[in-house]
Write a protein that binds this ligand. Structure first.
Ligand SMILES: NC(=O)c1ccc[n+]([C@@H]2O[C@H](COP(=O)([O-])OP(=O)(O)OC[C@H]3O[C@@H](n4cnc5c(N)ncnc54)[C@H](OP(=O)(O)O)[C@@H]3O)[C@@H](O)[C@H]2O)c1
Length: 261
């Protein structure tokens, strides 16, 4: 597995859930960190703990990733600190649960800006520098929902299908240039995701539920082993495998039932 000791890692969505676990796992491996999300206070508390426990440098940058130009602004702030990013963890994101036509155009646009546009722009900005240096790691967070159309999460699932395809394609494009790109696809995980999305956890969702640390560890280890794509956990892997044998119309009917209870 590659080492990240003394390198700088940028983790978006570091104020809660997976982001906290990604930051902690990378800190344990000796990486310095730039933490990004909107809420500053939880990131400052995390930064304090990581500096104390692992003797690393941590910078906290509060940023609204749904704003146009957010990625360039973040890059400029990082450049102003003379920091070279060797690991990019594209983790910030959220879902909107409910009928597509009930979502406001503005909320949909903001979500796509965070889940798709910011990820694409950050990857281009930091990925080019990594490719020029001939080394680096990029981790993308897709979802189990990236593997089939999902009524109730129509736009969110489609945004994660974009991430899955972007990351897997970049694995092939960037590997020869020394940069690894890895897509982690988690199933339901106990973070604030469902609450933020406005989704109630059904019995099947509760059965699939994993702990964020376990999922994040799968992501970090897969990234440091240069894997292209990993679905977290045996049950989620089974669902993705089973999808290959199932007509697409059936996949989405089942997913709708699973989520609506
Ligand atoms: N948990 C699951 O079941 C699950 C399953 C599959 C995939 N995922 C994916 O995992 C990733 C992390 O989610 P999570 O489960 O850890 O949920 P979470 O606990 O709600 O964390 C989401 C993170 O994204 C940040 N974020 C959201 N909107 C933002 C914005 N406009 N600007 C900047 N930062 C923003 C949040 O920070 P602030 O609110 O402070 O800005 C927070 O740190 C997401 O991409 C999600 O789609 C989650």
């Amino acid at each position: 597995m590659d080492s990240v000791t003394s390198k700088w890692a940028l983790a978006t969505g570091a104020s809660s859930g997976f982001g906290v676990e990604f930051a902690t796992l990378l800190a344990q491996r000796g990486a310095n960190l730039v933490l990004v999300a909107r809420r500053k206070e939880p990131m400052e508390r995390l930064a304090e703990r990581l500096r104390r426990d692992y003797r690393i440098d941590v910078l906290v940058m509060s940023l609204e990733l749904s704003s146009a130009g957010a990625a360039s602004e973040l890059k400029a702030r990082i450049d102003a600190n003379h920091i070279q990013i060797d690991v990019l963890v594209n983790n910030a994101g959220y879902g909107l649960y409910g009928e597509f036509l009930d979502q406001s155009a503005e909320r949909l646009r903001d979500m796509l800006q965070v889940n798709i546009v910011a990820v694409t722009e950050l990857t281009r900005l930091f990925g080019s520098e990594m490719a020029n240096r001939g080394s680096g790691h990029i981790l993308f967070i897709a979802s189990l929902l990236a593997y089939q159309a999902t009524p109730g999460y129509a736009a969110y699932a489609a945004s994660k299908a974009y991430i899955l395809l972007l990351g897997e394609a970049l694995n092939t494009e960037l590997n020869p240039r020394g940069v690894s790109a890895t897509v982690l696809s988690p199933g339901p995980t106990s973070t604030s995701f469902a609450e933020v999305a406005g989704q109630k956890n059904t019995a099947v969702v509760r059965m699939l539920m994993m702990e964020p640390l376990r999922v994040a560890r799968i992501g970090v280890e897969s990234m440091l082993r240069h894997r292209s794509s990993v679905v977290a956990g045996p049950l989620n892997k089974m669902i993705v495998f089973w999808n290959r044998l199932t007509p697409r119309v059936l996949q989405r009917q089942i997913m709708q039932r699973v989520l609506s209870g």
